[in-house]
Design a protein around this ligand. Structure first.
Ligand code: AMP
Length: 564
């Protein structure tokens, strides 16, 4: 495995990396650093997004290439947003911590320009800047770019999306002809190709592999639910993982505000971040988010650009972005700095085709997951409640009071007592009665195998029986004699599952299971023709009395797996 020592970096930079705990270079660093450090300077294109370590990929070579005996600005890093420019400058400053002669300054809009002008009067060899503010500073003659040898266009696609094309043209005209240009971008739309053609000569191009580009630490998932149920579905995910922290992306400012208002009203820690907020308000929201006083940020794509929080567990997509490329930027907010993350898309059945489009475009596989059912939520709450009881330190007063009720319970078994205790808590432990039990929509034109040739069935076997989806298909196939390949989508819940089977094989499917048991429990299979409907009807129907006579019972055991 490559280590930093083989890339050509100076011992001074290697020392800092060790202090910062950077042990191994990332893919983009391994590929870019030797090229950027080569003796004959070259233009360069790096296809990589935030979270892949691209800042160090250009920052470390820059630090080694700057001549610290020269006090002029020698490197310019252009960055689309204030947040990203601050984040980049912070990393560069960290990398130069043992080199006092090398100075980095950051300038961006929305902050006091006079303070920035003063700061630029000090020796500054590397400037990180947002385009608009840099133009202002050039016009005011507060900065000279005539000695710039290295220009980095960071997140070039984002800069173009934000309308900085003319500003970039303008800024580059103030830099020397013989400077080198390093361009980093997550995507390569044609406008970027035009920039490359206009400003770069024979650039060396490096792309990190497709899987890594969309970050291997991110798991991509989707749930299919009606648009009107998306928020209720989100709440269930928040309930099931109270320690998650993330961003929910929406398309409009209005949506972000509505969703955050509704979540706040229901007691969740959520706030909106959108372009109608002043810079001060945005800073305050971000401060609360970073200090963990809230769990979820509800943001538009534009407002979320450059957010530098490294420990988000989730990115949610209330709606997919119009430009599928933006999906990569959104999901890159999680799975950062070696942490794992989940990017979860809420789609309605009409939008489901876009998941396959996305899979083709960004070369990742999406996993379909289920919105937790009411039963699953109740079960988790019971578990949390049980954990709370188990971890409670007994109070001295309770010690005394216990003897008073102990006699009363003398005739009850432990099991009975637990059941009665749970019953007293049920109202509290159950979820909102007014919501549908199941928020999942079954059909859509996605990559699932659901289609008109399949029939769907309910079976009272679930994850608590210790089976995986594969086990369940083996079992279904063994019992029914239907080829495994003729089964379609299987969705498993704790105590029950749904499965699809090809219509041509469905005749008598339910009856096949009449005499089957799993660990002493009778198996029931029913056609699910509820159209995604309520669990209650399924439970009622599978609660009917079973005729247990005739055929000898078969005993399912997992050893039956692999028989076919
Ligand atoms: P970036 O993609 O440049 O925004 O980097 C994302 C995060 O990863 C930053 O917090 C970096 O400090 C961190 N990072 C970058 N390269 C490495 C590395 N080789 N080892 C450990 N952390 C890194």
């Amino acid at each position: 495995m490559t280590d930093f020592h083989t890339l050509g970096l100076s011992s001074s930079v290697l020392e800092v990396l060790e202090k910062l705990g950077f042990e191994r270079p990332t893919d983009i660093q391994t590929k870019a650093i030797p090229i950027l450090l080569q003796e004959d300077p070259t233009d360069f294109i790096g296809l990589a997004q935030t979270g892949t370590g691209k800042t160090a990929a250009f920052g470390l070579p820059l630090i080694d290439l700057i001549d610290t005996s020269d006090t002029a600005v020698q490197a310019l890093v252009m960055s689309p947003t204030r947040e990203l420019s601050q984040q980049t400058a912070k990393q560069l400053i960290d990398f130069t911590s043992n080199n006092k002669a090398l100075n980095v300054e950051v300038v961006y809009g929305g902050a006091n320009i006079v303070t920035q002008i003063k700061a630029l009067k000090k020796t500054t060899q590397i400037v990180v800047a947002t385009p608009g503010r840099l133009i202002d500073l050039i016009k005011r003659k507060a900065i000279s770019l005539e000695n710039v040898q290295y220009v980095v266009l960071d997140e070039a696609d984002e800069m173009l999306n934000m309308g900085f094309k003319e500003d970039i043209d303008d800024i580059l005209s103030y830099t020397p002809q013989d400077r080198v240009t390093w361009l980093f971008s997550a995507t390569m739309p044609s406008e970027i190709r035009r920039i490359v053609k206009k400003y770069m000569q024979h650039p060396k191009e490096v792309s990190i592999n497709a899987r890594e580009k969309s970050n291997k630490d991110i798991t991509h998932q989707y749930v299919m639910t009606k648009s009107s149920n998306k928020l209720a579905a989100l709440r269930r995910f928040l309930d099931i993982q109270p320690d998650m922290r993330g961003i929910m992306f929406c398309r409009t400012k209005r949506e972000t505000q509505q969703i955050s208002d509704e979540l706040t009203e229901k007691g969740y820690g959520a706030e909106a971040l959108h372009g109608d907020l002043s810079q001060g308000q945005r800073d305050a929201v971000m401060k609360r988010f970073k200090s963990r006083s809230m769990q979820l940020l509800i943001a538009t794509d534009v407002a979320a650009r450059g957010i530098d929080v490294n420990d988000l567990t989730h990115v949610f997509h209330h709606t997919l972005p119009d430009q599928l490329e933006s999906y990569t930027h959104r999901s890159g907010r999680t799975g950062r700095a070696g942490n794992k993350g989940i990017s979860l898309v809420f789609i309605n059945p009409r939008e489901s085709r876009r998941i396959s489009e996305l899979e083709g475009k960004i070369k990742v596989k999406f996993e379909r997951v289920e919105v937790p059912t009411k039963e699953a939520l109740t079960s988790i709450r019971v578990q949390n409640w049980a954990n709370l009881i188990q971890n409670t330190t007994v109070d001295a007063q309770a010690d005394i009071l216990a003897s008073e009720v102990e006699k009363q319970f003398a005739g009850l078994s432990k099991e009975d007592l637990i059941k009665r205790l749970i019953t007293t808590q049920l109202d509290h432990l159950s979820t909102q009665a007014s919501e549908p039990a199941d928020l999942n929509e079954k059909h859509g034109s996605s990559n699932t195998q659901s289609n008109g040739n399949m029939l769907r069935y309910f079976i009272n076997v679930g994850m608590m029986d210790g089976l995986t989806k594969g086990d369940l298909i083996h079992f279904l196939s063994d019992v029914s004699g239907v080829e495994r390949t003729l089964f379609g989508e299987v969705t498993m819940q704790k105590s029950y599952s749904f499965f699809e089977v090809d219509k041509s094989q469905a005749s008598g499917m339910a009856n096949n299971f009449d005499d089957i048991e799993i660990q002493g429990r009778s198996i029931r299979v029913n056609r699910d023709d509820s159209g995604g409907g309520s669990k209650r009807s399924q439970h009622q129907s599978h609660g009917r009395k079973k005729d247990k006579r005739q055929k000898p019972r078969q005993q399912f055991s997992r050893s039956r797996r692999g028989r076919r």
